[in-house]
Structure formats: C-alpha cells, structure tokens
Design a protein around this ligand. Structure first.
Ligand code: TYM
Length: 327
C-alpha cells in the first residue's frame, strides 16, 4: 500500500512564491510516488477576517493555481475541506484529547492574536485541532509544508499519540516534509515570512506579470550598499534564495561572486531575478487562463476528489467512534 500524503492551503487569494516553494513544489513530486490528498482548507480560512462575497472566488483561485501548477487529478485527490464534514467530526473528538494550555501557548496562535486583536475567536484557538483532524482523518504519513507550520505538525503528532494511548491505536504519527524554500521572506520586511497579510508589495503572486514582479522586486529591501566582508542581510539572502530556485547556475554564481567582491549592483541582480521568476511561471499563467474557462471541468475534479477522500474519511470516523464507545 502506498503511503499517504496530506496538505492544504487557505483560500486567502492567489498563491504566492512562499506557498509554491514551501509547499506545492514538493506536492508535485510527491504525487508520482504517494497517495496524495491536497485541500483548499476553507474552514481554516474563516478563522481570520474574510469577505463572504469573495470566498467562492478565492477557493476557485486556489484550485486553479493547483491545477495550473501541475497537480494532476489522475494522480492525486483535490478536495475542498468543507465538502467533507468528517474533518469537523474528527476535530470535535480530538478536541477532547487536546490540552487547552498547549493550544493557548502555540506561537502561531499568539501571532494571530497580535495580527487580529479584534477577531480572537474559538476557531482561531482550535485551528491546530482542525488541522490535526485534516491530517489524521486520512491516516496520513507525510505532510509537506513550509517551516511556519512545524509547530502545528508537532501538535498533530502529540494528539495522535494521546488518542492512541488513551483509546487504542488508530493513527500513524504524521511527519512534516520540508524543502530548501521552506521559509521565504517578505520583500518589504525580510525579518518576517512572505505572507499576504503584510500587503501586496511584500509578496509575489504566481499569477503576477513580469511588470508587476519587476516593480515589486525593485523595491525589495537589500543591504544599504555592497559591504565587503559584512554578514549578508536577510533581504539579500532572500533574493539569493529566490535566485537559487529560479535562475540558472551561471547567473547565480555571477552575482554571488560580485557580492563577495563587494561590487554587486542590486538593480542588475533584481532585474535578472524578476525576469527569471516571470519566465518560470509563464506556462503556468497560460494554463491558468485556459482552466478558468472550464468551470464544469473543475467542478467534476472536485466531486471526484471528494468522493474518493470521503470513503477513507468515513472509515476512519467509524473506527474512531468504535474506539471511544460511540458506536
Ligand atoms: P497557509 O495557507 O498559511 O500556507 C500554505 C502553505 O504555504 C506555506 N507557506 C510558506 N512556505 C515558505 N515560505 C513562506 N513565506 C510561506 N508562507 C506560507 C505554508 O507553510 C503552508 O505549507 N495551516 C495551514 C493550512 C492547513 C494545513 C492543514 C496544512 C490546514 N490544514 C493540514 C497541512 C495539513 C496554513 O495556514 O497554510
């Protein structure tokens, strides 16, 4: 039997470079080897402020991004979390083996409270429990994510252990899978991870045009000037990480050598990088436009994905209910 992989992204708009390099890039490789389920986690998307009028479009945007990037519905299941209520059923059950104090102390919860002080709700607190349910309902072995999600995966492992210990073994302990681009930083504030919440100038959406990418990278924070011998600043290091991902090795070593000598011109480096990023996503942008014209095809893919995933989800719920005496 193939090992199972699960991961998901919240529908907060179009995907950015962080989502791609931290998550989807590895999803693409994994779909050839494992039994993969990739979700749009819309229930997670309502734990921070959102616009109900834009929700359906945002969900569709993520699905279009998934397909245009090369996720293949013949190889993996694509699902919308809210189409499978079993996730919520399991989340409720897992809630009873979850430590409240641990939830309150998770760094991700504290960050969200800081970011949305007027929107602190129970969903925000129990976010990691639903995430554990997403993973465990499919008895997933691997969870390919960016570095920011590690506390959540560790938490899922703890919940799995606690449940197994208390009621008898049901769940494997899921492992996080990380890539080289597991933490891409914001262009405007390179001490923080790239994220939509820091504003449109701080991230590059995969669907951005060359012009937009050029303008955003041109304003990216770097060193004040070439400083020979000084430690590389986070902004410059971030641009080099991106260059390593998107430019050829000749370009990368050309700018690395210039940096070492202290003669680098960031405007030149930024122009080359912007071009290479735009070029890398050119086929993606074309495919995305095509896919957007086929809503019934997308609907069918999601129905099929849900049908396949539901079978496993219902089996797990049944097993869990038996273990805790509800069947
Ligand atoms: P979300 O929507 O914030 O992010 C989706 C994925 O993108 C990764 N990511 C990054 N990677 C590198 N650098 C960045 N700057 C960057 N920004 C985002 C994230 O690590 C993530 O892999 N809680 C999850 C969604 C979720 C989930 C799940 C994931 C819900 N249930 C079950 C895995 C399994 C989240 O907020 O992702």
């Amino acid at each position: 039997m193939k090992k199972r992989v699960f991961s998901g992204i919240r529908p907060t708009g179009k995907l950015h470079l962080g989502n791609y390099l931290g998550a989807v890039k590895q999803w693409l490789k994994l779909q050839d080897k494992y039994d993969c389920i990739y979700a749009v986690v819309d229930y997670h998307g309502i734990t921070t402020p959102f616009d109900p009028q834009k929700m359906q479009q945002n969900i569709l945007n993520v699905v279009l991004d998934y397909l245009a990037l090369g996720l293949n519905p013949k190889k993996c299941s694509l699902i919308i979390q809210s189409h499978l209520p079993e996730h919520l059923e399991l989340a409720w059950i897992l809630g009873s083996v979850t430590s409240l104090a641990k939830l309150q102390h998770l760094p991700t919860f504290k960050e969200k409270v800081k970011l949305h002080p007027a929107y602190v709700n129970l969903g925000m607190l129990s976010y990691p429990v639903l995430m554990a349910a997403d993973i465990l309902i499919y008895k997933s072995n691997f969870v390919p994510v960016g570095k920011d999600q590690l506390p959540h995966i560790e938490f899922s492992r703890e919940i799995a252990r606690k449940f197994n210990r208390t009621f008898g073994k049901v769940f494997p302990e899921p492992k996080a899978l990380l890539t080289r681009g597991a933490r891409i930083m914001s262009l405007t504030d390179p001490e923080q991870k790239m994220s939509k919440s820091l504003g449109p100038q701080s991230y590059i959406a995969l669907a951005d045009s060359l012009k937009v990418i050029e303008a955003k990278i041109a304003k990216a924070v770097t060193d004040v000037g070439p400083r020979k011998g000084a430690k590389m600043s986070p902004g410059t290091a971030n641009l080099f990480t991106l260059m390593q991902e998107f430019s050829d090795s000749k370009t990368l070593s050309y700018f690395k050598a210039k940096y070492k000598k202290g003669t680098i011109r960031y405007s030149e480096m930024k122009k080359a990088l912007a071009c290479d990023i735009a070029k890398a996503f050119e086929p993606f942008r074309k495919r995305r436009l095509e896919l957007a014209k086929k809503p019934s095809y997308i609907k069918k893919i999601l129905e099929e994905g849900a049908k396949k995933a539901r079978k496993t989800a219902q089996e797990t719920i049944k097993e869990v209910k038996k273990k805790i005496g509800l069947l």
